[in-house]
Design a protein. Sequence first.
Length: 569
Amino acid sequence: MSIVLNDLSFSFPNGRVVLSGLSASFGPGRTGLIGANGSGKSTLLRLIAGSLRPTSGSVTVTGDVGYLPQDLTLDVDASVASLLGIAAARDAIAAIEAGDVSQEAFDAVGDDWDVSERALGWLARLGLTHVGLDDRVGRLSGGEIIMTALAALFLRRLPVILLDEPTNNLDLDARRRLYATVESWPGVMLIVSHDRELLSRMNQIAELYDNSLRMYGGNLEAYEAVVETEQAAALRAVTSAEADVRREKRDLVGNQTKQARRDRMGRQLAASGSLPRIIASARKRHAQETAGRSREIDLERIAAARTRLAEAEEAVRDDDTIRVSLPGTAVPAGRTVLTVRGLEPGWLPWRSERPVSPLDGGEADACEPDGCEPTDGPPVGQLDELIVRGPERVALTGPNGSGKTTVLRYITGELSAACQKNRPDVRRVGAYGYLPQRLDVLDDSLTVVENVRLVAPAASVNEVRAGLARFLFRGDRADQQAGTLSGGERFRAVLAALLLAQPPPQLLLLDEPTNNLDMASVRQLSEALACYRGALLVASHDVPFLRSIGVTRWLRLSRDGSLTDIDPL
């Protein structure tokens, strides 16, 4: 069992090159595939899985492939057994037990007479003991869907498994179960992830950078140590090359000064008449030729030094950082910016009946914004009171399906009052901003500049461009249509629209903000939030990220609806 890439290239129909000339091989073990958003990680997985065809080169896979994509959208009316891929076998077993002796029924079962027991065993191993094989997919949260889809892959005993951001929307318990399963899997496993804890369990790291694929032995920490050493050497090389360029320029100026002095002395000697004209002319020609050759040598040395400098600079990674001052977002200590009171049991329904996706918000949406009837099932539960004051940084944690996304959507007013039996009282003071998981707040037909001007209509174009430059949209990049942006660019554009809005937001509500972000984008988000001076309410399972933004208060929302202050994890 193996994956072999041979001079693999892929371009989209519009001509944009995504991958070019990649050659690599992956054997048994765990490989973490990392790289910036838009570098082609998901595209590479799709090429290996066979859902895309290479523009040139080849992919050779030994063994059957299982693939978990990021954009897993499912039929909510289908059963969990269908999602696990065992519905036909279970139906055939039931038919045989009822007296069906047809060959078709026995062929459908094959050797999987214990498929139901094995499926329930995998669901239990992944923490889904409460999920039944006949349950409908529409009753599962986003995290539960991901874990069920993972169970389907493991149930099939596939020799090659491809996972694209598998920990998105998973609570801490689910992540730990996934980590344990990944570590015990004996086959070939290629995982795209920004989850540092998961990447620390890899046998090797493969990085897509600058249109090349490079392999690093060891886990994420070993990779970072190698890159840090290489970057330190590259920076020293740049410093040395810059010194060489300065020295060669000084030598050129010095040689030109000496030559000018010799030329002046030659002219004085020729003017004195002490040398015959023919000898003076010969000396002059010789001096000019020598000066010309010397200048050419000096210029060649400068060009060589500049070439070495360019090569050294190319080895230094261009990791631009977001730097933005946000004084208008400051909130005085003690000022209340959010109050939610009167949260009674049953105030929100538990599940949606609409098609769901793990990217749809972490748990099935409670209801549509235009109103709906509550569905059956346990209520989100009682939150006695939620108050956010001053520049507090509050983390909202909790297991999948507990209602974190629903709480945020209710605070924003996105869910209508028709969805509640007893409407709680939500009071916000000052402007607020909401960052949903899907990053679907931009108008794809407008440019980045135009999108920001929608939320900051009083700002001039120059003011908006100046603000966008701090979010790394400089020059023509700010004039790109939102629909053409890569994942990382779209994230930065949404973040810019959120933080540059007028009036400045004094409360930010963030829903799993690190989902689908590469590590560079997560760092950029942390840097931008370090400049933010208002209050934060962040629903997230990403503990390292929550620590990096300086969370001051940790809340846990349980499946029974209780909200409690907890100690940092």
